[in-house]
Design a protein around this ligand. Structure first.
Ligand SMILES: [Zn+2]
Ligand SMILES: [Zn+2]
Ligand SMILES: [Zn+2]
Length: 339
């Protein structure tokens, strides 16, 4: 079913125009205005230079959400073009032919394929090094369960770098099945403490930014990615902005494009829950905080990690319109963001 989801990329930012047009192949389905570039992946990637590619945009439970029969999930089951993968971002460095993932989701199988289709040539066998490294935000199911596919039963990777905070790395080392990935050297854990940065080459560096979130097993980070042209913040999961010691507006002053936690739009999505207990900023609250930066043209904001209950998932709905009228966007799978 997922095969009908085409490999297509829309380019946003730096005044670059949309690359490619029309469907990518037989049965292909154009999604959210993205343009197909399957057979031109290499050419497109090298023209873009270092960039981030959006591989997924919904909350850990997916869309359709596990075991949910709400109207939005049912409609996604009927129409695959409405399905979305769990939030994930690839960092692509075309000149050195390297790519990295931020988070390993339960949708990893499809996401690796999509990355491969857009930027590489199929080799006709299992690629045991499908990416050059995976950066992890935290230990919630949507963000690291995909690591399991790197093990003996599937990719059987060899010392694939997995970069995490010291707490997250210790959790993986100490608990099965992740400990087996370490013991069999499918993955090689590397520690990146919050606040530290590492260079990926081609003028791109990545730093971990500590984020308040419910941290049952490990801590949580977002990632600040600096490229030769732009700085991007990827922050799919955070508690409300009030929980941040440094105000988010201050952090974002040095950022050009922010992909932010858009889990919920409204309290109506969580009957019986109060704003204090939901553990995420509501989209309108985030817009209120960031409106000035957006209006001044100093910041581009895309919401990601949307819960299946979020009305902003509906492309023609009122919530989406409200977001776009205020100059914000809902992140679309397939978007390429120059760095
Ligand atoms: Zn999450
Ligand atoms: Zn649902
Ligand atoms: Zn989480």
């Amino acid at each position: 079913m997922r095969a009908s989801r085409i490999s297509s990329w829309a380019v946003i930012g730096l005044g670059l125009s949309l690359i490619g047009c029309g469907p990518g192949g037989t049965g292909a389905r154009s999604r959210e205005g993205a343009a197909a570039a399957t057979d031109r992946g290499d050419a497109v990637a090298s023209r873009l230079g270092p960039h981030a590619r959006v591989l997924g945009t919904v909350q850990d439970g997916g869309l359709p959400h596990a075991a949910c029969s709400c109207e939005r999930c049912q409609s996604a089951r009927r129409d695959p073009s409405r399905q979305r993968w769990i939030a994930s971002l690839a960092l692509v460095l075309p000149a050195s032919e390297r790519s990295y993932l931020i988070d390993a989701t339960p949708d990893l199988r499809d996401q690796l394929l999509r990355l491969r289709e857009a930027s590489g040539t199929p080799t006709g066998r299992v690629d045991r090094a499908p990416v050059d490294g995976i950066f992890l935000t935290h230990a919630h199911i949507g963000h690291y369960l995909g690591l399991a596919f790197l093990g003996y039963e599937a990719v059987h990777a060899s010392r694939l770098p997995v970069i995490a905070t010291p707490r997250m790395a210790a959790f993986l080392r100490a608990n099965g099945p992740w400990s087996q990935l370490v013991r069999l050297e499918n993955i090689a854990l590397q520690e990146l403490p919050p606040g530290d940065a590492r260079s990926l080459g081609e003028g791109v560096s990545i730093a971990a930014l500590a984020a308040p979130h419910r941290d049952e097993f490990a801590d949580t980070v977002g990632f600040l990615v600096s490229g030769p042209r732009r700085r991007l913040l990827y922050l799919p999961d955070t508690d409300s902005w009030a929980a941040w010691e440094t105000p988010i507006t201050e952090i974002l002053r040095a950022v050009d494009v922010a992909l932010l936690d858009g889990t919920f739009f409204s309290l109506d999505e969580l009957p019986g829950r109060s704003i204090e207990t939901i553990g995420h900023p509501l989209i309108p609250e985030t817009m209120n905080r960031l409106q000035e930066l957006v209006d001044a043209g100093r910041l581009e904001v895309h919401f990601t990690h949307l819960n299946h209950s979020n009305p902003a998932l509906d492309p023609d709905g009122q919530a989406r319109r409200q977001i776009e009228e205020r100059g914000f966007r809902v992140l679309a799978e397939g978007t390429a963001l120059p760095l």
